[in-house]
Each structure stands twice: as structure tokens, then as C-alpha cells.
Design a protein around this ligand. Structure first.
Ligand code: USQ
Length: 404
């Protein structure tokens, strides 16, 4: 059934392809963006691999190519009046919420970037929840959360909830979270706020705990170069496999952080779109927060790098691999077993990572080789500043006692 779908963050890597896919499937679509991502790119001196026209131009190109309209609201989700007016005007059946600062490294640059990330993400989502409560309580929120909310606990990761037996009694809680960055923490805060809004105001929500996304293309971006998605390969906005492919394309040693045993869930950008469409087509009940673990396969970063190296060599390229010192503080060898069955039960048909798929990515990226800036593969954002690493964990205490 055709829905009114509002995509927050409609100018982004996932938001734009999602908006086109819903539009092509016959839904009425509007996008919201404040172009903050374009500002962060200017701030850090990075740009997407493919030249990305303005959102207004992309919408015009979509009208021309697909003969479909995508409506546009320009504004900031941290401005409550703006959010309320958009919800009131458009009255969405589904809100797909990607409108957040998505990078872990960006959130770890310094106190200002950490505070910005959490304020932007948490307040934006909070405003949305209040606007839904007051204006459109039947709207289904499809929120992009992250697998990184769980961290890497030494037990199996369930799909959102964990039942605990304690002193002879039993209760089901949101699965405990041990996130690894200030950005991932912002998603944890969102999850708790959304849980609250479903429990107290009977809103309906699906929190998609998404793994690391890779890919350069979807059915819709492939229709016209002006519809390309905003693909990043730099240290701050690029994700692991996308970076490795761009590095291979310019003979830059693949940047495996530390031992490379870090295991995460991964999925193709085409599957992100499928998952979001499945969630929208099967809305949550009033008062329900569903959590779906949204990924299709688990890999260590070393396995990914080896696969990219093999695919590159198959194309006749020389591909080196480098175990660089890990700029992050994270387990480099750990147990990881995350359940991910609910989206498969809804009908997800995964596009798995094959050598052919990596070849296709490598060739598509290589077409834009001239635009790749090698200097942004390493941008030196560290989870623990070098000075602190040198002094060790006693530093805070020493400082406090010397002040006392
Ligand atoms: N890594 C490398 N080399 C690189 C880049 C990353 O070894 O050049 C490692 C990281 O240390 C980490 C793993 O690869 O262990 C994944 O890192 P990533 O940068 O691909 O992904 P991450 O920072 O976790 O964040 C990305 C998205 C974020 C999303 C998240 C899903 O930027 O928006 O929430 O993936 S998840 O990882 O499941 O939390």
C-alpha cells in the first residue's frame, strides 16, 4: 500500500538512495536535510568520491529520470518548531530517520565534536518523538541505530532485548549496551529515549541496529550519474570496506587497524534499503519498540582486507596491506555472535559479499581514481590522545591530588 514516507537526512549516503527507492516503489516521499554533512566535509577538507550535485539538483534529476516527485524540507532537527511543522505539513505514515552525525571518529576529535554529536543526534530524535506525540501519534518511526550500541560483549548478542533471571524472578530489558565511541553512545541515548516514548506515549517504532554498510551503487543511483550517492573513503566518514576498496584503487596499503581481529556485522547498501522498506511495510504496533539487528554477514577487518587484496590482485593490481597502529581503543580479538533473524523472517534477500561484488566496487571506484585524495586516508583522530597514552591510567588521579 502506498505510504507517505519522510526521510530525515535525505542528502546522505543512505538517505538519498532510500528516498529514491521509496519514490520508485510508488510512495509519496519527502526528504529533510540541513546540509550539515556538506559543512563537516568542508571543515575536514574531504569530499565524496563521486561529484554530488546539490539536493535541489538531485531532486530535479530524479523528476527527469523517474518522472517522480520528491518533496524537500530544509531545516535542522534540533529546532523543535521546524520538526513539528514538517510533521504537521506532511503527516507521514513512516519517518525513516537517518538525520544524525554518523561518524565515530568525528565524535572523538575533541570535546566540541563530542558535544555536538550528542546534542545534534539526541536532541533531533527527541524533537521528533515529541512532534510525533503531539501531532501525528500513529506515525511509525523507523530509526537507524547501530550494532555498535552493543559493543563486543563476551556473550551472544540478541535482537534488542535480554531476559534476565535474578533472585528467582525474571524480567526482559533492552540488551545492555557497551558502545565504543561518543557517536555510538549517542545512538544508545536515542534508543532509550525511543523506548521511553513507546512505553509512555504508545508511539510505534522500529530501531534498526545496523552494521557497517558498504557499496557504491543501488538500482536507483545507477540510473544517472547525477543520482550518485555520497560515498566516502576518508578516515572520518569512510567505513572499513569502502575505504579498503578506495585504498586498493590507488595502491595505498590497506589500513587494517591493529591485529585486525575486530569482528562486525556488515551489509550491502542495497540491503539497507531493502531492510528499511521491509520495516516500513510491516509497522510496529502502538506502544511497541521493535529492534532488528540489520546486517547480513560477520567479518573481521583482516578478512575484509584479505578479500579486497585478492580481488584487486585478480584485476592485476598490486595491493599491499598494513597493520597500522590502532587509532581506536577497541578489542582486536574477541567473541562475536549476533543474532540477525528478524529481517530475514520478514523477507530480506541478502546481497552477500562475493569476489564479483568486490570486483564491481573496485572497478567503479577506479573510474574516479583521479578524484581520490591519498592524504585523507589517515587523519590522525585518536580515541586516546597520545599524551594520555604515555602517562597511563593514573593520570587523572595524579592531577586531582596535585590540585587538592
Ligand atoms: N577499521 C580498520 N581500518 C579502517 C577503518 C576501520 O581496521 O581503515 C576498523 C575499525 O577499527 C573498526 C571496524 O573497522 O573495528 C569498523 O569501523 P568502521 O569505521 O567501518 O565503522 P564504525 O566506526 O563502527 O562506524 C560505521 C558507521 C556508523 C555505523 C557503524 C555500524 O560509520 O555510522 O553506526 O558503522 S557498527 O560498526 O556496527 O557499529
Amino acid at each position: 500500500m502506498a505510504q507517505r514516507v519522510l526521510v530525515l537526512g535525505g542528502d546522505g549516503y543512505l538517505g538519498w538512495p532510500t528516498a529514491m527507492a521509496f519514490s520508485r516503489a510508488g510512495h509519496r516521499v519527502a526528504v529533510v536535510d540541513n546540509f550539515a554533512k556538506r559543512q563537516w566535509e568542508l571543515e575536514l577538507g574531504v569530499r565524496p568520491l563521486f561529484a554530488i550535485p546539490t539536493l535541489h539538483e538531485r531532486i530535479r534529476a530524479w523528476r527527469e529520470v523517474a518522472e517522480n516527485e520528491i518533496e524537500l524540507f530544509v531545516g535542522d532537527l534540533t529546532d523543535y518548531a521546524f520538526v513539528e511543522s514538517v510533521i504537521d505539513d506532511f503527516r507521514p505514515d513512516t519517518v525513516v530517520h537517518y538525520g544524525e552525525q554518523p561518524s565515530a571518529p568525528y565524535s572523538m576529535i575533541d570535546a566540541r565534536h563530542a558535544a555536538y554529536t550528542q546534542a545534534n543526534n539526541v536532541v533531533g530524535t527527541l524533537n521528533l518523538l515529541f512532534a510525533m506525540r503531539d501531532v501525528s501519534p500513529e506515525t511509525h518511526l523507523v530509526k537507524l541505530g547501530t550494532m555498535g550500541e552493543y559493543g563486543t560483549p563476551d556473550i551472544d548478542i540478541e535482537e534488542g532485548y535480554l531476559t534476565v533471571d535474578h533472585n528467582g524472578r525474571r524480567h526482559t530489558f533492552l540488551y545492555p549496551k557497551t558502545p565504543g565511541s561518543i557517536y555510538h553512545l549517542s545512538k544508545v541515548h536515542d534508543s532509550h529515549n525511543i523506548h521511553f516514548a513507546t512505553r509512555i506515549w504508545s508511539l510505534r517504532a522500529t530501531d534498526l541496529h545496523q552494521g557497517v554498510v558498504y557499496g557504491v551503487e543501488t538500482d536507483e543511483t545507477a540510473l544517472d550519474p547525477r543520482l550518485a550517492t555520497s560515498f566516502h573513503y576518508d578516515e572520518v566518514f569512510g567505513t572499513a570496506l569502502n575505504r579498503f576498496c578506495a585504498e586498493a584503487a590507488v595502491d595505498f596499503p590497506l589500513t587494517v587497524y591493529g591485529k585486525g581481529g575486530q569482528t562486525r556485522g556488515y551489509l550491502n547498501i542495497r540491503d539497507t534499503i531493502q531492510c528499511v522498506q521491509l520495516a516500513a511495510a510491516h509497522p510496529a504496533e502502538a506502544g511497541e519498540l521493535r529492534v532488528y539487528n540489520q546486517f547480513t554477514e560477520q567479518f573481521t577487518v583482516l578478512e575484509l582486507a584479505r578479500r579486497v587484496k585478492a580481488a584487486g590482485e585478480h584485476l592485476g593490481w598490486s595491493v599491499a596491506m598494513d597493520h597500522t597502529s590502532n587509532p581506536r581503543k577497541e578489542a582486536e580479538e574477541h567473541y562475536y555472535n549476533a543474532v540477525h533473524s528478524k529481517l530475514l523472517e520478514l523477507g530480506l534477500r541478502p546481497h552477500l559479499l562475493s569476489e564479483e561484488l568486490i570486483d564491481t566496487m573496485l572497478l567503479k571506484i577506479a573510474e574516479e581514481r583521479e578524484r581520490i585524495d591519498r592524504s585523507v586516508f589517515v587523519q590522525h583522530v585518536r580515541w586516546v590522545p597520545k599524551a594520555l597514552e604515555a602517562v597511563g591510567p593514573g593520570r587523572a588521579t595524579n592531577r586531582a591530588s596535585s590540585r587538592a
